[in-house]
Design a protein around this ligand. Structure first.
Ligand code: S3P
Length: 461
């Protein structure tokens, strides 16, 4: 049996200049052993609530991610007329109103930190003939919405936004939406999903042409709820996804798989903390999400998947990870969509590998919850790691062992930056401090306790 006694908290006197508020310090961890689970998939949780709200009748969702981001989606859907209730730990019941059955909310929808919530809900609202006002936190208000405004305007909706297409946003939904064919200019599952969801309440077939594959949770879940979704090849080697409008969505019961983007943190910790041998149970392994595992294996990581099964129309597996030496790799730009949220934690692993790891094709990281390229590079520098920041990439020089550590990381309201550098502190020579751990709850509630049970020493500063 692994020892599950939490290790003593890191010492406050080691905090790198930042004390109080929500700062956290992470110091050397004991080996991670045994097994653990991670919270439900964030992308799938949003979609389960949204499609449940558009089905006719009662859907039951188990394993829902109970995080701030998903709570924002639930609150928005309630304001739009759906009834959403918590039935127990991770168990939720959604009483849907049917496609086209949502009602104008009488207040402003606050989507907090969640890009997925605002973009997918804007898609849904764009084909309802009423006006919706949306806003979010300081991070979300900085992020570009022009990428959804453009196709949704073509479907007949109109928008008012701040300069640069930024929130707050008014979505003036089309009373008579039109189906379109839209070629994605960026590989984005959020944009693809916004158009497909808008197409549910439009006549005929709405088509999205995807030059490179992005996560297909929306397509899988639409299929699961009984919509007609077809996928085919495009003449240029991409794919075409077509949804037929006005389906009667049938309510379902589904279990949300563990989030591979959350699992990335214990996976990385087990790789870089010597002596670790850990199994993470029930993790989603959708082909659009496993670029990190592919990359880590190329770096020499011992990662095995077992007990492969299906949940909610998604492939799921247990993932076994053992610590060991890692070597640098070049990560191709084409892999970015399948690991888009994993670059901060991959960068931490790269800092412990032997040689220079090159990450390419990362323009999209500039417009995530933070400028993730800049925030990752700054965090690595704070940990004493040599890094070159390019416009669309990072070169990280690993020492083939523990990085120096000892620095303070500015998390810029970004949950994944906070978690990545707390994991770095588990393997570095000196502890790492992050200035604000409060955003971790947007995707991984209970992260600090879960890591501490596994052997970490993360504590408030
Ligand atoms: C998501 C898609 C990705 C990802 C985000 C979740 C989704 O964003 O970064 O965390 O649920 O569709 P983009 O579509 O902007 O790449």
């Amino acid at each position: 049996m692994p020892d599950t006694t939490p290790t003593p908290p890191a010492r406050r006197e080691d905090c790198a200049g930042e004390r109080g508020s929500h700062a956290l310090i992470s110091s050397a961890a004991g080996s991670l052993e045994g097994s653990c689970a991670v919270p439900g998939d964030k992308s799938i949780s949003h979609r389960a609530l949204m499609l449940g709200a558009l089905a006719v009748g009662e859907s039951r969702v188990r394993g829902l991610l109970e995080s701030a981001d998903v709570a924002a989606t639930a609150a928005a859907l309630r304001a739009l007329g759906a009834v959403i209730e918590r039935a127990g730990d991770g168990s939720w019941v959604v009483h849907g109103v049917g496609v086209g059955g949502l009602a104008e909310p009488d207040g402003v929808l606050d989507l907090g930190n969640s890009g997925t919530a605002v973009r997918l809900l804007a898609g849904i609202c764009a084909s309802h003939g009423f006006t919706t006002f949306m806003t979010g936190d300081r991070s979300l208000r900085r992020r570009p919405m022009g990428r959804i405004i453009e196709p949704l305007e073509r479907m007949g909706a109109s928008f008012e936004a701040r300069s640069g297409g930024r929130l707050p946003l008014a979505v003036i939904g089309a009373a008579q939406p039109m189906p379109i064919e839209y070629r994605l200019p960026v590989a984005s599952a959020q944009v693809k999903s916004a158009v497909l969801l808008a197409g549910l309440n439009a006549p005929g077939e709405t088509r999205v042409v995807e030059p490179a594959p992005s996560r297909d949770h929306t397509e899988r879940m639409l299929h699961r709820f009984g919509a007609e979704v077809k996928t085919g090849a495009d003449a240029d080697g991409g794919s075409v996804i077509a949804v037929t409008g006005y389906p009667e969505l049938a309510p379902c019961a589904l279990t949300v798989p563990g989030d591979p983007s959350a699992a990335a943190f214990p996976i990385a910790a087990a790789l870089i903390v010597p002596g670790s041998d850990l199994v993470i149970e029930g993790v989603g392994i959708n082909p659009g999400r496993i670029g990190l595992i592919e990359t880590l294996r190329e770096m020499g990581a011992a990662i095995e998947t077992g007990r492969v099964r299906e949940e909610a129309g998604e492939p799921v597996a247990d993932i076994a990870v053992r610590a060991g030496p890692l070597r640098a790799v070049d990560v191709p730009a084409a892999r970015a969509p399948s690991m888009i949220d994993e670059y901060p934690i991959l960068s931490v692993v790269a800092a412990c590998a032997e040689g220079t790891t090159r990450l390419n094709g990362l323009a999209e990281l500039r417009v995530k919850e933070s400028d993730r390229l800049g925030a990752t590079a700054a965090g690595l520098r704070a940990a004493g790691v040599s890094v070159t920041e390019r416009d669309h990439g990072l070169d990280i020089e690993g020492r083939g062992g523990p990085p120096p550590g000892g620095g303070l990381v500015a998390t810029e309201l970004d949950h994944r930056i906070a978690m990545a550098f707390l994991i770095l502190g588990m393997a570095s020579e000196k502890p790492m401090t992050v200035d604000d751990g409060s955003m971790i709850g947007t995707s991984y509630p209970g992260f600090v306790d879960a890591m501490n049970v596994l052997g970490a020493s993360i504590a408030p500063c």
